[in-house]
Design a protein around this ligand. Structure first.
Ligand code: GLU
Ligand code: ZN
Length: 295
């Protein structure tokens, strides 16, 4: 079914080069958009310059191009969007919905990442402080297209969370929701490591009066040694000369029935095959290590 109103996106963080796990996420979001004639946008989530790997932005975009991906419109950089983020923070701060937190890491270390609310009513100034958003004592739930139902109680399992860091950088949770809303994204396809960020994002969407997008969280790819391929683990960058075999592996990790004849195709042709045959119902909840292995 064609749905030209579909707007998808890929939103890499330039803290490292593209690895196999991010290729799987990029591929799934690309095919899901193109299979219905939708748009596919590219957004660089460069919110954290100290953790940015020099040259990573260019390398990510070059790799995607070599692998045959084409995005619609101009690349958006989150580093160009600080004003929009700060405006919302100011508004929420003036309503008392957001507040300044001066807690040290040490003060919070016994709470397993759930903020105990120490600064909720302290009335600290926002200078040199983190900014947190108050969360309601409510459970947020959504139906993921692959992972099924996911629920999380924001008060109990998360607590008031950071929307601006003490060092002045904006938090991913805030920026991603504002940008997806601003860019009109209807469908979010990304790695399952972000499943448990989604309820926080649903809450921010609600505050902003944004429509809730559809979600599809692709399985995480684990290495044979059990390591997750991801930001925290130095996985090798994708080789430029292996585009066709790696795209085929990524298709297999997504449960798509690739045949060996595709080995002789160009990366563009592999993507074309993927668009024509895309079936999101075949995506496994957990990727088989064998299928995903890169050697
Ligand atoms: N920038 C995030 C990452 O690279 C992805 C954000 C998202 O897709 O919502 O993990
Ligand atoms: Zn605090």
């Amino acid at each position: 079914m064609k749905s030209p109103s579909y707007i998808g996106r890929f939103a890499p963080t330039p803290s490292g080069y593209l690895h196999f796990g991010s290729l799987v996420a990029a591929l799934a979001s690309y095919l899901d958009a193109r299979a219905v004639g939708g748009k596919w946008l590219m957004r660089m989530e460069d919110l954290d310059p100290p953790r940015e790997e020099p040259g990573a932005q260019t390398a990510i975009l070059n790799t995607l191009e070599t692998y045959g991906f084409e995005w619609d419109g101009e690349l958006v950089r989150q580093s160009d969007r600080h004003e929009a983020y700060q405006d919302i923070i100011n508004r929420w701060f003036s309503y008392g919905l957001a507040y300044a937190c001066t807690c040290s890491r040490k003060q919070l270390e016994d709470f397993q990442g759930i903020y105990p609310g120490f600064c909720r009513n302290a009335g600290h100034s926002p200078d040199n402080a983190a900014i947190r958003i108050r969360v309601p004592e409510l459970e947020y739930r959504f139906e993921d297209r692959v992972q099924g139902e996911f629920r999380q109680h924001l008060g109990r399992d998360v607590g008031d969370f950071v929307i601006k860091r003490r060092d002045g950088f904006y938090a991913y949770q805030l920026a991603v929701v504002l940008d997806d809303g601003w860019q009109g994204v209807t469908d979010i396809v990304r790695g399952a490591d972000l499943l448990d960020s989604t309820p926080r994002q649903l809450y921010l969407q609600e505050l902003l009066g944004l429509p809730q997008p559809r979600y599809l969280h692709v399985p995480l790819i684990t290495q044979p040694d059990g390591h997750k391929l991801g930001k925290s683990y130095r996985s090798p960058p994708l080789p430029v000369d292996q585009a066709t075999p790696l795209l085929m592996r990524a298709l297999r990790a997504l449960g798509q029935p690739v045949t060996d004849e595709l080995s002789f195709a160009t990366p563009r042709e592999v993507l074309g095959w993927g668009i024509a045959h895309w079936n999101a119902d075949l995506i496994p909840r957990v990727a088989s290590i064998e299928e995903a292995r890169i050697d």
